[in-house]
Write a protein that binds this ligand. Structure first.
Ligand SMILES: Cc1cc2nc3c(=O)[nH]c(=O)nc-3n(C[C@H](O)[C@H](O)[C@H](O)COP(=O)(O)OP(=O)(O)OC[C@H]3O[C@@H](n4cnc5c(N)ncnc54)[C@H](O)[C@@H]3O)c2cc1C
Length: 372
């Protein structure tokens, strides 16, 4: 029985573990965090991910965890709301419609589906691996060294497997000049089913509902910060304060003050991961580690669909042919989304007043409902 080590128990890792176990592999998932962690950012399960979660029998669980967001409204500086723009929902051939869930709930649901058939090891990380023609010897920070047939990097944008197999992050991760900060607000949202977007040129503040609780996201353009460190929370608070210093409209000063005080601030650069190949010998990358465009490219759906494709390929052939087939098939999904990132950014955070007016005019053409 082939033993596969998967680094990362986010979205891609547990999905791959589930499908590999069904194909007769022995998966082990190693996760750096001490348990299934929070990060309430809402993510979508849609498109090619829908048939996968249907086959896993997870549709009901995902619906129960859904954020229940139905639309988007723009808010001006004085707090006046535009009409609601309905969120278009894609459907699978079987009729399941896309669902938005907090990322942490998605990871938990996928983990629950996989945990009986895979080994999960928390609070540890790979520190080194050495490949030979028969397998991979892996060293961990805490646990004893072990040997596996294959290693999969499903450990996200800042993947350690990618660094160990391919080289430093700066060679493959391109910052797009956009930064994102999010935090839960611990209060009910103003509008229970709508995301509220307040834009000024190059900046966005969004309040989104998550099953009766509100979360806030700050997404803004900024020249690339050369010494940006995704682990340095003092630096994050400084960057955020400077970026929104002149903003006085709507609830921005108050929301900013709360983001400065919270212990639970997520902050990162919006990045594109670009690699000429996703595998090196017996090691392969999956999800954000291979092809992220952060929040602009269906990352969670790509992680789920990619995991299914990789498991199916490995079930049918040796790892060399399987990695080639997986990459060819899955790049056909991720490449167009990477190319669409600029347009998605232009819609979300227009750079200028003219860009904002154009975006809002385009939005008025979308199906919506007049607000009262
Ligand atoms: C603010 C924000 C909003 C987003 N909105 C959307 C959206 O609306 N729609 C959408 O489709 N996608 C969205 N995304 C993207 C989506 O969250 C990711 O693309 C998706 O989670 C990728 O899944 P993954 O499993 O590859 O990586 P992750 O979900 O990031 O999981 C990686 C896992 O690896 C673990 N890990 C990291 N390093 C190590 C290590 N050294 N050893 C062991 N484990 C490690 C991490 O703790 C984590 O559990 C958004 C992202 C952000 C940041």
């Amino acid at each position: 029985m082939r033993k596969v080590l998967i680094s990362g128990a986010g979205v891609a890792g547990p999905t791959l573990a589930y499908w590999l176990a069904r194909a007769g592999f022995r998966p082990t998932v190693v996760e750096r965090a001490t348990g299934q962690r929070s990060s309430g950012n809402p993510v979508d399960v849609r498109g090619p991910a829908l048939p996968v979660v249907e086959q896993m029998g997870l549709v009901e669980a995902l619906r129960a965890a859904a954020t229940q967001t139905a639309g988007v409204r723009f808010v001006d500086s004085s707090g006046r709301l535009s009409r609601r723009i309905s969120m278009p929902a894609t459907r699978s051939p079987a009729g399941t419609s896309e669902v938005e869930v907090p990322r942490a709930d998605l990871a938990r649901i996928l983990h629950r589906a996989a945990r009986d058939d895979a080994e999960f090891v928390y609070d540890d990380t790979i520190t080194r691996f050495d490949q030979d023609p028969g397998g991979v010897d892996v060293t961990f920070e805490r646990g004893p060294a072990r040997r596996f047939d294959l290693v999969v990097g499903a450990d996200g944008l800042h993947s350690v497997v990618r660094r160990l197999a391919f080289g430093p992050e700066r060679d493959f991760v391109r910052h797009l000049g956009i930064y994102v900060a999010t935090t839960p607000l611990g209060e009910p949202p103003d509008e229970p089913h709508d995301v509220l977007l307040h834009n000024t040129p190059g900046r966005l503040v969004a309040v989104h509902p998550v099953r009766g609780e509100a979360g806030v996201a700050f997404i803004f353009r900024h020249p690339v910060i050369p010494d940006f460190d995704y682990r340095d929370s003092a630096q994050h608070r400084r960057i955020l304060a400077e970026a929104y210093a002149g903003e006085r409209g709507w609830r921005v000063p108050e929301l900013l003050a709360r983001a400065q005080r919270t212990e639970d601030l997520y902050f990162d650069a919006v990045c594109k991961v670009v690699l000429p190949s996703w595998s090196a010998g017996r090691v392969v990358l999956l999800g954000d580690a291979a092809a992220s465009v952060s929040l602009l490219g269906d990352g969670s759906s790509m992680a789920i669909a990619g995991a299914r494709t990789l498991a199916a390929a490995l079930a049918e052939s040796d790892h060399v042919a399987a990695f080639r087939r997986y990459e060819a098939e899955h790049r056909r999904r991720t490449d167009p989304r990477k190319r669409g990132a600029r347009l998605a950014a232009a819609m979300l955070i227009p750079k200028s007043r003219a860009g904002l007016a154009t975006r809002n005019a385009m939005a008025r053409l979308l199906p919506g409902r007049r607000s009262s």
